[in-house]
Design a protein around this ligand. Structure first.
Ligand code: SAM
Ligand code: SF4
Length: 333
């Protein structure tokens, strides 16, 4: 008997799933200290979904009611031929938003093609405006190149550009105001992110570097008037308008302001694992479905059934060094 598939996708807590994040590669040209270890091992290429397979999964989700897709990674723009995938996704008429998160390293050449392909909004990660510190936090990154990438993105008519900054105590907590000022001066939005316990981190002590969103907000109010906003971009940020500017400041605060009640998203790893929650291991192996006897047709049933195991929320705890084994580059932040 064929069981009808509910559209839009709905989980057991009556949350509608309309947003898919796809990590198109776990590889990256940076090694950010909060994201991955220096000696990280990436997945073998044969295990990574092809661009065609990624497109097939994305299309199934759109047919099941997903209206927003974020392309992330790893660094999505180091995936070969990524523009081909973006162009295909950009042509999906039922998809309302195609957005992308990048470290900015490839934007100097790719900002124009990805905009033409149909990417509406861009998130660019930037944790420091000091080149030496930037290199220290990314282990290898070149700030100048990223700033040139940001400038190239500014020349395109993206609907919005948002800076993402992870604030860590004794690393970049003295840059909260300069980063906000950078966003204001350039007409960008900015989100401050609490460091999350994703994957083991060797000697890095997350309990010491943790810096709460409330502390960030207190610092910001020394220079800016923040007006609380009900606006949402469909993600986990809580927003404030910076009075007298175009800039919105967001806070992604998994510890201090848990965002699970309104969760509308699921994630696909580059290896085809559908993750139902950022901070839990509940998942469905869509690569096995795609490459097995069921093929593309099997995706609808397996995706739909997967909603039944979406957990109520993450259980991040400041007492544990990490909540799940996966690092953020695998999960797709
Ligand atoms: N490489 C791209 C980038 O850096 O923007 C996209 C992938 S990255 C995993 C996506 C976002 O996750 C970035 O804004 C990054 O700062 C954030 N991130 C990575 N590890 C994190 C962690 N442990 N806690 C909080 N945010 C993290
Ligand atoms: Fe790469 Fe982004 Fe992780 Fe930094 S945060 S290592 S840029 S995937």
């Amino acid at each position: 008997m064929n069981i009808p598939i509910p559209i839009p996708l709905t989980d057991q807590y009556a949350r509608q799933i309309s947003y898919l994040r796809i990590s198109v590669t776990d590889r990256c040209d940076f090694r950010c200290i909060y994201c991955m270890g220096e000696d990280i091992k990436f997945a073998p290429r044969k295990d990574i979904l092809t661009l065609e397979e990624l497109y097939q999964v994305a299309t199934a989700f759109v047919k099941l009611g997903v209206r927003k897709i974020r392309i992330t990674g790893g660094e999505p723009l180091v995936r070969k031929n990524i523009v081909w995938l973006l162009e295909k996704l950009g042509r999906l008429s039922m998809l309302e938003e195609l957005v992308l998160t990048s470290n900015g390293s490839q934007l100097e050449t790719l900002a124009a093609p990805i905009r033409t392909a149909g990417v509406n909004r861009l998130n660019i990660s930037l944790d420091s405006l000091d080149p030496i510190r930037f290199k220290k936090m990314t282990r290898v990154g070149d700030l100048d190149k990223v700033l040139r990438g940001i400038h190239a993105a500014q020349q395109q008519d993206f609907n919005a550009i948002k800076i993402n900054s992870v604030i860590m105590r004794n690393h970049n907590d003295d840059e909260i105001l300069p980063l906000a000022q950078f966003a204001v001066d350039n007409g960008f939005d900015i989100s401050y992110i609490e460091e999350m316990p994703m994957g083991a981190m060797g000697n890095h002590r997350r309990d010491i570097s943790f810096y709460s969103s409330d502390e960030v907000r207190d610092t910001l109010t020394n220079r800016f008037s923040l007006l609380a906003s009900e606006e949402t971009t469909g993600g986990p940020s809580r927003y404030y308008h910076v009075q007298g500017t175009q800039t919105r400041i967001g806070f992604i605060s998994p510890y201090s302001h848990n965002f699970c009640d309104s969760c509308n998203r699921v994630r696909l790893t580059a290896q085809g694992r559908l993750l139902l929650c950022l901070g839990q291991e509940h998942s469905v192996d869509l690569r096995q479905v795609l490459r097995g006897t069921e093929g593309v047709a099997g995706l609808f049933r397996h995706i739909s059934q997967g909603m039944a195991i979406k957990p109520q929320g993450h259980e991040f705890s400041r007492n544990q060094p990490f909540a799940v084994q996966r690092h953020m580059n695998v999960t797709g932040g």
